[in-house]
Structures are given as C-alpha cells and as structure tokens.
Design a protein around this ligand. Sequence first.
Ligand code: C2O
Length: 664
Amino acid sequence: MASCSSITSVDLQAQVPSCVNRGISSTSNRGHQCQMFLGKMRKFGLGNPTSGVSFLSSFQGTSLGNVCHRHRKHQRKSKVLRAKSSQKTSLKDDKNQPEFEQQRTESGRDIHSSIDRRQLLISSFTAAGLPLISNQSLAAPIQPPDLTQCQKAALPPGAKSVNCCLPEPTKVIDFQFDSSLPMRVRKAAHLVDAAYIKKYNQAYELLRNLPDNDPRKFSQQASVHCAFCDSAFLQPNTNDFLEIHNSWLFFPWHRWYLYFHERILAKMLNDDTFALPFWNWDNQSVASPLPNVLPAVFIENPSLLDKLRDPLHQPPTLVDLSYSGQDEGLDPTSQRAANNNLMYQQVVSGAKTPSLFFGQAYRAGDANAPGPGTVENAPHGTVHVWTGDSSQPNYEDMGALYSAASDPIFFAHHANVDRLWTVWKSLGGRRKDITDPDWLNAEFVFYDENASLVKVKVGDALSIDKLSYTYQNVGNPWIAVNSSPLSKSSSVAGTKPVSSNGVASPATAEATLLEEIEEFGEEVEGKFKKLEGSFRSKVKRPVKDLFRKLKSQITDEELEEVLVIQGVEVPSDKISKFDVFINLPDADDKTPLNIPEFAGSFVNVPHLGMGPGMNRKATLRIGIGDKLEQLGIKDLSDVIVTLVPKGKGKDVPIVIKGIKIEYD
Ligand code: C2O
C-alpha cells in the first residue's frame, strides 16, 4: 500500500482507507496521519468549491475519523463498495467546519454522517472526473456473536442476580420461510376472548415449566434480551459489546425475537395458529375495555402476571406515553391528548425518513448504540419505564432492559412496536425500509420452537406477510391528530413565545427573541453543556439547495430537515429523559406535551449495553420539517430549541455537546 506521502490523484480512493489504516494506534497519531493525507488532497485541488468538490471540509471532519476508527478494527480487502442507501447528509459552509481534531467523534459514533459524507465525497469525485471509490469495503453488516463466548452480563446496581448466558448450541441452521404456516392474526390484548386467554395463559405456564437448560424455557427467553443489551457478547473479532438497542437493529432484531417466541408458544400448545396479542397503548379510545391501560389479561392470569409492575399504574390509570419516571398527574383528557400528540410526532411528522424512524447505522466494528429512532425512544422506552415497578432499584421488571422480558407483557408491548413498523410503512413518502446492504445483511441467531439455533438476517424480516402473521385492524386515529393545530400557540408561535401553561404571552418580536438567545452550535472538542433545568439555544438552518443537487433522487419536498442533538451523554444505568421544544423559549418541566411546539424526547431505559460503568452516548435526531411549517416559522433562518430535563431526568447528569440542523 502506498503511504500517505506518496499519494497520487489516480489512486486517491484507495488511499482513504490505507492512509488511515497504517500504523495508527493513537488518536493523535491518527489525526496527524489524516491531516497529512488531507494536505495531499488539497494539493490535488479537491478542496476547490468550484470544481464540484466543495466538501473537503466535511471529509476533513467526522468521516475520516470514522474511517480511521473502522479500519483500525477491520482491515478488509477488496470488496465491492455497495451502493449505500441515502440515509442522511450533513453539509455546511467550509468556514464553519471545525478542524479535524476537534470534529472527530468519539469512537466512531456519528456513523450516518460518516457514511454519507463519504458518499458526498464519492459524488464529488465523480463530479470532478476522478475515479470512484470502487474496490474497498468501508464497512460490513453486524454478525451474530459466538454463543460459546458469553461473558457475565453487566447489570445495573441493585439488579437481581441473573445469568444471561444462553445454552451453547451444537450447530446453527439457516432460517427458511415456512410456507406451511397458517396466517396468524395478532389481536389487541384488550379485545381477546376467553378461549384465547385460556390458551395464552397455558402457553406461558408450559413455557415456565420447561427444564432449566431448555433454551425455550421462559427464563431463557428473557435472558436472550438481557444478553443482547447488557454486554454478554462481543461482536465477532472486536472488543465492542454487541447491543441491539439504540440503533437501526432495534426494529428487525425485536421482530425476529417475537417471531421465535411466538413459534415456541405455538409449539407448547401444539397449535400453529397461535399468535401473540399486542398491547394497543397508542389507541386513546374511551370505549370499554380501554386499550391504553395495562390490559386485564396480564393481571388476571397467573402465568401472564408479573409482580414487579408499578402498583400505581394499574387500570384504570392511563398509560403515559411520555412517562419520565414520575407521574405528572394529568387528567384523562389531557393524557389522551398528550399521547395522541406523541404518537403523531414519533410516527408521522417526526419520522419521515428511514433513518429517523429506524435509528442510526450500526455496522460491524462500530461502537454500539449510535442513536435510536423516534419510536424506540418514545413510546417504546417510556412504556417500558411506566410499566416497571418504580419502587425497585431499576424499575424492574419492564423498566430495565436486563429484566424487561421476564414480564410476559414485554412481548405484547413489542408486538405493538412491531405493528407500528407496518403502520409507518403504510404512510407513504420516504417511509420505506432501509436499503443499505449493511442493514439488510445484518445477522442474528435465535433458538426456535425445536430448540435449534437459527441464523436470520434483517432482510428476511421486512415482510410480515412472508413471516405469515398480521395484525388485527384497530385503526390508528393519531395519524390524523395533528391535521389542525392542537393549541393556540401554533398560530402565533412564529412571532410569540407561549408561556408554560400553553397560553400566549405578550408579543415579543421574533427578531429580538432571536437576538437574545445564544447559539450553542455544533459539537467541538472540549465543549459540553450539562442540562440543569431548561436550556435554550438558537440553531442555524443550513442552506438546502446544495443537498438537492446531490440527492437528486429525492425531491425538494422530500428532503427532511433534521434537528440533531449531538453528544448526548447519560448514565446508562439510570432512567433519564429530556424533552425537546421548538420555538418555545420558556418551555419548562410544566409545559404540556400536547402542543405542536413539543418536538420529541430522549429517553434512557437503564441497561449497560456499553459495557460496565460506561455512560451511554448517543445522538438524538428529530425530523422538524412539518413542525416548522405548522408553527409558521419555515422561513426563518434560525430555530429556537429548548431542552427540558423531565422527571427522573432531573436527578441525573445529562450532558449534550452540540446542536445543529441538517438535511436527510
Ligand atoms: Cu429490547 Cu423494549 O427492548
């Protein structure tokens, strides 16, 4: 391989990885190598904005840091560069770009950026008439771990003692679709009949009574979840713990997990038509039985009951889809409105692109948990915490990932999350599955109904039809909930702030407002903000036109504006939450969530997927295009963003490192 110092324009593409791959052992060394390489690039005129290659500075930033990171671990050779699906791009003025050393992300966390900036680079080279990167693999799909190499799971303080290791397999078989399976209908848990309930309870009774070493036993099923969220396995050939939460693996991994769990229950009953129920917490109907309370079936049947649930959250208490670890005491009408608004936010308006919905890219060798999609944060995370017993150290069982699947309601909760994937896809626009091969070819292993270990891939999980199950149609009224503004504030929010009780306060000129509020800006090394109470900041909106040229397959209307909270850092073993408001500088922890200014939440469900004693680091991304429109502020050059720690989130340190807006 040529060294950095002998680089030529012709083999430039090959130098990107090879340069950074050579003898790079420390951060500073790596940075130095990269700087040298970039110097060479500049010599070839690759930084000239008029040559169609105006993105050197982007390359100079995160992307190279990640290429370094990845190639240090994965020195793969000559695989064809696969067409990456367009997940997102990030672009801004060269002059605003911090230097490489400052901009480099920790342990390659800003993966989407890295890929897409590389993509930008590739496009740029083409525009400049230079060779495309064609013979280098820059990443690879996540592979299943070696089940014989299980480590003791890292559990949060006060956790029950559990062994999360799975029985060791004798062999692994590849998954095959079973065309003989009948179409199974997953019904809403509040609507199931007596005959179903009897079977459902019986299935768990049988599952609980299997021998201890049977991988199908209920406790073993629960361990699967613990093992893949609390550091029991390393990714093959790395020192990184495999974590299936807080990334684009969340939806497909859980779909497979439920698929096999359901097949095992069916086997217990010797009934191939058996299907799990789903907990329809998103449905705010007032008709009896209520869908958005803890379903009676999980209380009245001994094998479906779990003692570790919050006694204060028994029916008729309504689910709080924005639960922050403590009760807000909303009246039912306000709770329903807040729940509806959250659903609309997380599934419809805030998740218009695949990466917003699924979460961020997570490839072989990447540090785990780069950032969750909208639904994974809330309502998924919030319902976990709401269900668990708040008097337990970690809101066990449902409130902590290691113990969550010890409660049979876990599977009904996740069936609803899984259903939302299908609902989301039905909404149209860019709401489609990811096409990136590193997602499609990511592989997992699960024990099936015959106790055989089966290897599956993400690409085989995309169609529930092919997996022979479907969902009872219950309607999703929240899809249309925001067709008209929910509060008066929306019509005036462009120019006036609203006070915390949701009532418009005296007019403040928008210009004055913008001037008063400082810009926190993008992530740069050494800068951080600890959230103590509400924190507001002005965020610049970058120019959209440049993106349009690069992503011609996406129309201008389809290009989504994304608010990015960078470098979020929270203790992984503590519940924490903060809410994000747009154009509401006064927002505080009393501000209602059923207003259009509420843009989304960051939620941590306790787990130690990062490895013991580590903080969780993540990026929070929220689609705000519709919201800016709804608030009547889409023509402003800046957006005011307010971050509000909520509930348990007020008791733990929450740090953020940057706020920016980009396009996806
Ligand atoms: Cu694997 Cu709901 O978490």
